[in-house]
Design a protein around this ligand. Structure first.
Ligand code: SF4
Length: 378
């Protein structure tokens, strides 16, 4: 068992428990106020439990103000723009919530390097300088060499290239890093082992521990950005947030050179998926989760995708968001081809990138397209 898996087990966070729910439900408003009176930005599990509690929900406005101030203090008024580039919807896994599930029959698309570069050119022409390569688990086609070659080509137009694909071994991550990929986003989906098993019924992704260990491998390979998240809707969001925070705290301590960020993917309708979910997360709860994490992790990135509605994104930009996607297509070739292949999920905010940039400006923030951090650390 890996070091972090053991930590989760010791803290009883790798399986959800009614006792933990009861503890959170019993937190009082006074206890929350005491935590809010402490300097914001420091993590302890007690503090996070308090900020996630139903009692804290009544103090959301006060929490939001602290989160806003802390974000500006640490990140300035900037919000970084990025766009995802889906290179393949071929997948060997069977995740019950996903439109790319291998047991679903539809015509699959994998972009050649030239096709992916063509999509990348469209994204670059919209102003983006930060791109996220996304694919299903497709090790035969989206190989290490494919990623390395594609990254090298994309670096002509992009100052930062990240990946959100299947877990690689350490040598694979190192190879990608050497080719110019500097960030890895990977969602554990759920930290609850039983839920994980229920939703990941076939393929390599069914191995919970292998996935959990991937963040260490990416960090050891030198990746400068580590993106964490859970798929909100699969299990109790409060307990998921505790496990997620423990993961972030562990990675920050052990791999202090890498910046950790949180994403908040909520389950969205997806083609060919007809699942019902017990733990769907409402907008107010989502905002509470984002703010609670900000108030515990002053320097973590907070990322928001086009899964969320324009209205929610408009509000969140003013609170704690540091990175936002825009104009996203979740199907391979979606930027340059007329003929739409199957999407991974249906997006909720379909405004084009310039509209999103204007919205950020109206909120008193500055949309940043270039990743200046790279220039400073090169
Ligand atoms: S979530 Fe990822 S690994 Fe699972 S089926 Fe979808 S694309 Fe494949």
């Amino acid at each position: 068992m890996s070091e972090f898996a053991q930590i989760l087990r010791d803290k009883k966070l790798d399986r959800q428990s009614p006792d933990t729910s009861t503890m959170i439900d019993n937190i009082t408003t006074d206890q929350v106020r005491r935590h809010l009176a402490q300097p914001p930005g420091r993590y302890s599990i007690d503090r996070l439990m308090a900020l996630l509690s139903p009692a804290a929900s009544e103090l959301l406005e006060e929490m939001a103000q602290q989160a806003r101030q802390l974000t500006i203090q640490r990140f300035g008024r900037t919000v970084q723009m990025y766009a995802p580039l889906y290179v393949s919807n071929v997948c060997v896994n069977s995740c019950l919530y996903c439109g790319f599930n291998c047991q679903t029959e539809f015509s699959r698309t994998r972009l050649t390097i030239d096709q992916a570069v063509k999509d990348g050119k469209v994204i670059a022409s919209e102003g983006f300088r930060h791109i996220l390569l996304v694919s299903g688990e497709d090790t035969k086609y989206v190989t290490n060499d494919y990623l390395a070659e594609l990254a090298q080509r994309l670096r002509e137009d992009f100052s930062s290239v990240s990946i959100e694909i299947y877990p690689l071994d350490e040598a694979g991550y190192k190879n990608c890093f050497d080719a110019g990929i500097d960030g890895v986003t990977l969602y554990q989906e759920t930290y609850d082992r039983d839920t994980y098993e229920r939703y990941h019924i076939a393929g390599p992704k069914a191995d919970y521990d292998q996935r959990l260990d991937s963040y260490d491998r990416a960090a050891r390979a030198g990746m400068r950005r580590l993106g964490l998240g859970v798929l909100l809707g699969l299990a109790d969001w409060r307990q998921e947030t505790l496990a997620l925070a423990e993961h972030a705290a562990y990675l920050m301590k052990k791999y202090w050179r890498s910046q950790v960020s949180f994403s908040f993917p909520r389950l969205r309708p997806a083609p060919h998926v007809a699942e019902e979910y017990e733990h769907l997360v409402g907008e107010r709860e989502l905002v509470q989760m984002m703010i609670a994490l900000r108030l515990c992790f002053a320097d973590a990135g907070i990322v928001l995708s086009t899964r969320e509605s324009a209205e929610l994104r408009n509000n969140a930009v003013n609170l704690c968001v540091t990175r936002i996607s825009a104009g996203s297509k979740t199907n391979p070739g979606g930027y340059s081809e007329e003929d739409d292949s199957t999407e991974q999920f249906v997006i909720a905010d379909d405004r084009d990138p310039s509209e999103v940039a204007k919205m950020i400006k109206r909120a008193g923030r500055e949309a940043v397209w270039k990743d200046w951090d790279t220039s400073f650390t090169a």
